[in-house]
Design a binder for this molecule. Sequence first.
Ligand SMILES: NC(=O)c1ccc[n+]([C@@H]2O[C@H](COP(=O)([O-])OP(=O)(O)OC[C@H]3O[C@@H](n4cnc5c(N)ncnc54)[C@H](OP(=O)(O)O)[C@@H]3O)[C@@H](O)[C@H]2O)c1
Length: 310
Amino acid sequence: MSGEGKVVCVTGASGYIASWLVKQLLQLGYTVKATVRDPNDPKKTEHLLALDGAKERLHFFKASLLEEGSFDFAVDGCDGVFHTASPVLLSSNADVVDPALKGTLNVLRSCAKSSIYQKAVALNGKPLTPDVTVDETWFSDPAFCEKSKLWYMLGKTLAEEAAWKFSKENRINMVAINPGMVIGPLLQPTLNESVEPILNLVKGVPCETNGWVDVRDVAKAHIQESENPTACGRYCLVERVVNHFGIFKILHGLYPDLNPPKEYSEEKASELTCRVSEEKAQSLGITYIPLEVSLKDNVESLKEKNLINA
Ligand SMILES: NC(=O)c1ccc[n+]([C@@H]2O[C@H](COP(=O)([O-])OP(=O)(O)OC[C@H]3O[C@@H](n4cnc5c(N)ncnc54)[C@H](OP(=O)(O)O)[C@@H]3O)[C@@H](O)[C@H]2O)c1
């Protein structure tokens, strides 16, 4: 097993993506130091404690993004740090900017090696059309995010910018993972904001056009990048860019009783949007789980946890 004898830290370990990351790390034999804000809250820890290998190799640490130095203990002695903790509130106000920005720097100050998840690529005001390919050279524009009141995206963009600067100045080996909208089955017992758009689609509420990627691939990419000595820079992860009519079309194929969203048409469902480059993700050895599988597994896991009646 590739992780035997290695110790890594996962910040915000009870989250949607981090829970899959912890699961895959334990499967590979890693010892995981997991940070949560409240280690005594069973909703945050029970699903992780039930994972194979958790009894022997999973350790919880209390840490909060806005408390300086609170990650020191968890990061100390680690071979790598996966920084996923961040308030994920797509419908947020400006209050989310500080935890994302200051919190990332706070974690980096405790770090030797860090990996960061971001939503910091495509929002620069350039129109996204079928002839456009978004790739790792794209950075969201903080001024555009602020003007558009996209506070979550602003926080993530500023956090990534500051993290690159800090890691260069302090010779920290940093890699950024930039997934699109993450979907797929949940391990944690509660809903997070990024799963809500799927729930809304099942209820017929529209959502924005997005690049979609499976949570299991996001976790896997993180581990592949950390185990690959030549990995560097940023990695965009998107299986497909599809608008909400296209997502409904796939869901309807799986669940024929679903009612279409307003103004749905086959034509609109197959409207082309931009592409996202796959080259760097492929260099990590990622072969994406198809969107159809991610959507089905997502809905089935929501049903299993009684979070949806589809
Ligand atoms: N989901 C997506 O579609 C998506 C797409 C692109 C990028 N990302 C990025 O991926 C990362 C994980 O996202 P996710 O969807 O897995 O989110 P999530 O399920 O909401 O998990 C985020 C975790 O961050 C922790 N957190 C929030 N505020 C904190 C604070 N002030 N101090 C310490 N911990 C705090 C929470 O930990 P507690 O359990 O302690 O409350 C939570 O478990 C985030 O950085 C997000 O921006 C997500």
